[in-house]
Design a binder for this molecule. Structure first.
Ligand code: XIL
Length: 361
């Protein structure tokens, strides 16, 4: 081979190795995420503590595993976590009898090691149900038994380590009627009461919650929810009502609904605690400075609303960084819904939320 061809091959080879190394490094950076930036002011958990409010976030298992910066902020800022997907039934038992605890254990271990509380989410839901249940082929009696076994097995595993459980999730439709689901279709509304009874039995020390989406304002859905809660409460089966609080700026409602405080108060009057369980404020992309400022206002207003209701015990955000938020996937065209940006830098919402949590406290 001619010398110049050999040289050319060597140079090309060296270049190739460099490009490969560069690609690997950037892939790793991407996987490991940005490092944690210093966040202004006291931590959210400290600000919440001043008023006896736990501050929580949903936790993404991939980020928990791979991103040190994410873990740093998580450990520093929050007093409670909710595994975002790891405790859902399709994650725990994708095939009947084959249990996959690793991701759920990881979240609980992370929290226990740092004296962070865990909200278990969620035992019975119409969504993220494994196919062997969702296909609707199990006879009603068997379906009921499968549900009861799932509740007791899951709760017993985390006894003493998961303090509060979302026993049922989103069981009421927007029309105020029971939401159609694999559970209600086969078992009627009794599945709700059976689920709570099984949960109470499985871990008598756990706090039991009913969690709902779009029930923040006074209306048909929250009216039904209140009736269900009163019936559960009469049997000593419920301790808390979770209001998910997925808000935006242009929908109905834009921001915190006017009746949210009064709504939470009527649940508190029924003898249960209330909690904000999945708070986020999605913006139309690309988000303008004006929208970010409005979003900050909504974050502050919800903190103020919770503080104004003595039985409002916790505010959990559904992800704390735009890197890991369900919004872009679930609502295409929307995003920027959380407190920190993709690089873990604080957005106006972070400052406003943090201030509102401790103002005057
Ligand atoms: C969402 C998760 O954030 C997504 O990652 C997943 O793909 C779908 O579920 N109400 C709930 C949460 O109770 O469990 C949902 O979480 C968001 C709406």
């Amino acid at each position: 081979m001619r010398r110049w061809i050999r040289r050319l091959l060597v140079v090309a080879g060296v270049l190739f190795v460099f490009v490969l190394l560069g690609a690997l490094a950037s892939h790793r950076d991407n996987l490991e995420g940005p490092s944690a930036k210093p966040l202004p002011g006291p931590t959210l958990r400290a600000s919440g503590k001043a008023n006896d409010i736990l501050i929580g976030t949903a936790v993404d298992d991939g980020a928990l595993r791979n991103e040190p910066g994410y873990r740093t902020d998580l450990a520093a800022q929050f007093s409670v976590i909710t595994p975002e997907n790891a405790m859902k039934w399709d994650a725990l038992e994708p095939e009947r009898g084959k249990l996959q605890w690793a991701a759920a254990d990881r979240a609980v271990d992370f929290a226990s090691d740092r004296r962070i509380a865990v909200r278990g989410h969620t035992l019975v839901w119409h969504s993220q149900v494994p196919a062997w249940i969702a296909d609707g082929k199990l006879p009603a009696a068997e379906l009921r038994q499968v549900m009861l076994d799932h509740i007791s097995r899951t709760m017993r595993r985390y006894k003493g380590r998961v303090k509060t459980w979302d026993v049922v999730n989103e069981v009421i439709g927007d029309d105020g009627k029971l939401r159609p689901s694999v559970w209600s279709d086969a078992l009627g509304s009794t599945f709700i009461f059976d689920a709570f009874a099984a949960a109470r039995k499985a871990d008598p020390d756990a706090r039991l919650a009913i969690n709902e989406i779009g029930g923040e304002s006074i209306g048909p859905k929250s009216d039904t929810l209140l009736r269900v809660v009163k019936r559960l409460k009469a049997r000593g089966l419920v301790d808390e009502v979770g209001f998910q609080s997925h808000f935006n700026l242009d929908g109905d409602p834009a921001g915190v609904p006017d009746t949210m405080k009064a709504n939470m108060e009527r649940f508190a009057a029924a003898g249960v605690d209330v909690a904000i369980t999945e708070f986020d404020v999605s913006l139309k992309e690309p988000a303008s400075d004006d929208q970010l400022a409005q979003q900050a206002g909504v974050y502050a207003e919800l903190a103020t609303t919770c503080r104004a209701v003595p039985r409002c015990r916790s505010i959990t955000v559904w992800g704390f960084t735009d890197r890991h938020s369900w919004i872009p996937e679930s609502s295409p065209g929307y995003g920027s819904a959380t407190l920190l940006d993709d690089e873990l830098k604080p957005k106006p919402a972070f400052l406003a939320f943090s201030r509102a949590l401790r103002a005057g406290g």
